[in-house]
Design a protein around this ligand. Structure first.
Ligand code: KIV
Ligand code: ZN
Length: 502
């Protein structure tokens, strides 16, 4: 059996600063994780909020294939809530945890070893009443006393835990030490063969992938990781790096994962778009430059023989060339076929909206590339039910003063509003939109990027709005950056207005 992949993008990943996903977005990511063929999806932490509970519940109801896990601290309230959220899952798992390191026990929990041991065992016993699969995590395991750790693991396995997880919660371990800890646990936990060993490494020192691999070399069965390596602080082990390491260096490790590698690129883009977390250009595997060659010598080498400078083929992860794929006269069938080629299967409503956007774009741009299509589709995937639509937008700017006039529509009613600003045209548009919707929100982030090169490149704008302490992300794509900016703000505002749902 290969290395099992436990994906925590929707739980630890969602704990990344500034990230907040609603239940619809979580469901989209979970469906894509199922296509990626991860073994376990950790869908959330149901006790944390109503939104988290709903996200886990919807994923449990609608996503099949992987095990669906929910996190719970080692107390009855958390476990009951996790059990409730997971009711509809075909393969549910409760993941319960308590810290075992002296520093956490003394300062955070104010519990001694006996009390922690007792809470861990009771938690696993209660979790077993809801699910056959129960994972127990010893938080801050790496800084725990090794013998106490083994004692806790032995007790929770006796209580029914089917996997025990060894987190390096603060990302302090080095590969040799972490591998050594796994070996020690295997040799000193008498019933260890009755459970799987999972590891969960944080990347504070940039060693999470190396530490996870060292754990596998020393007998661990499962790695907890996140797409694009997102997670608390510096993040978690990056799923795509691990999967490609085991695939590319099978000659050395002799281990494989069941990850469907062709879905890696798409999953990475989806997570980045919905969380608003950029991928650094030089990030291994999924960064923009990961398969780009700048130097003439390298380019020449790759043209003559790809493997001179490439150890992996970009197509392995589902990356497509940016070719011209459609034109002004392409019809709905050609559009749908091209999307299917690119691996997108849209629902009818999404397809209709995306086709409309394609036609508008083709009128302006004539030649549409695969990257343009991706941007259109990803824009549609991020859409929510539109409470407000933008019908007209007019902007003037001169001598440091900008004026925006908008017509927006809500339930058939057309509303006009204007605003002036010395802060530029975008500020004026956003002020007019605030007046129309009556929403009080603060723009905390605005980012603009070109999807492709050239004069007629698509501009993509991502905004983050703070509304009553919650962050809402909006995305807009257009050849006109002013339009893209308005669309992004409208997208975020519509998410706020739909947020009763999240
Ligand atoms: O980092 C950590 O210790 C965790 C646990 C809840 C597994 O995220
Ligand atoms: Zn963690």
């Amino acid at each position: 059996m290969g290395v099992k992949i436990f994906d925590t993008t929707l739980r630890d990943g969602e704990q990344s600063p500034g990230v907040s996903l609603n239940s619809e977005e979580k469901l989209k990511i979970a469906k894509q994780l199922a296509k990626l063929n991860v073994d376990v999806i950790e869908a959330g932490f149901p006790i944390a909020s109503e939104g988290d509970f709903k996200g886990v519940k919807r994923i449990a109801e609608e996503v099949s294939g992987p095990v669906i896990a929910a996190l719970a601290r080692a107390n009855p309230k958390d476990i009951n809530r996790a059990g409730e959220a997971l009711k509809a899952a075909a393969k549910p798992m409760i993941h319960t945890f308590i810290a075992t390191s002296p520093i956490h026990m003394e300062y955070k929990l104010k519990k001694n070893e006996e009390e922690v041991l007792e809470a861990a065992v009771s938690a696993v016993k209660l979790a077993k009443e809801y699910t056959d699969l129960v994972e127990f995590s010893a938080e801050d395991a790496f800084r725990s006393d090794k013998d106490f750790l083994c004692k806790v693991f032995a007790a929770v396995i006796d209580a029914g835990a089917t996997s025990i997880n060894v987190p390096d919660t603060v990302g302090y371990a080095t590969p040799q030490e972490f591998g050594g800890l796994i070996k020690y646990i295997k040799e000193n936990t008498p019933n260890i063969e009755q459970a799987e060993i999972s590891v969960h490494c944080h990347d504070d020192l940039g060693l999470s992938v190396a530490n996870s691999i060292a754990a596998i070399e020393n007998g661990a069965d499962q790695i907890e990781c996140a797409i694009n390596g997102i997670g608390e602080r510096a993040g978690n082990t990056s799923l795509e790096e691990l999967a490609l390491i085991f695939n590319t260096r099978y000659d050395y490790y002799g281990q494989k994962t069941d990850i469907n590698l062709k879905e890696i690129y798409r999953t990475s883009r989806l997570v980045s778009n919905l969380t608003g977390m950029d991928i650094q250009a030089n990030k291994a595997i999924v960064g923009k430059n990961a398969f780009a060659h700048e130097s003439g010598i390298h380019q020449d080498g790759v043209i003559k023989e790809r493997t001179t400078y490439e150890i992996m083929d970009a197509q392995t992860i589902g990356l497509k060339e940016n070719k011209i794929v459609l034109g002004k006269h392409s019809g709905r069938h050609a559009f749908r076929d091209k999307l299917e080629d690119l691996g997108y299967q849209l629902e009818k409503k999404e397809l209709n909206r995306a086709f409309k956007r394609f036609k508008e774009l083709a009128d302006k741009k004539k030649k549409i590339s695969s990257f343009d299509l991706e941007a259109i589709v990803e824009g549609e995937i991020a859409q929510v039910e539109e409470v407000y639509q933008i019908n007209l937008l007019q902007v003037t700017s001169s001598s440091g003063l900008s004026t925006a006039t908008l017509q927006m529509e809500k339930d058939g009613e057309k509303i006009f509003e204007s605003a002036c600003s010395e802060g530029g045209p975008i500020d004026a548009i956003y002020e007019a939109m605030n007046r129309i919707t009556g929403l009080e929100c603060e723009l905390v982030n605005y980012k603009i990027d070109a999807v492709t090169g050239g004069k007629d490149a698509l501009g993509e704008v991502i905004v983050k709005l703070d509304h009553e302490g919650e962050i809402y992300l909006g995305r807009g794509v257009s050849t006109d950056v002013i339009e893209a900016s308005a669309a992004a703000y409208n997208n975020a505002m519509n998410k706020i207005l739909n947020s009763v749902d999240s």
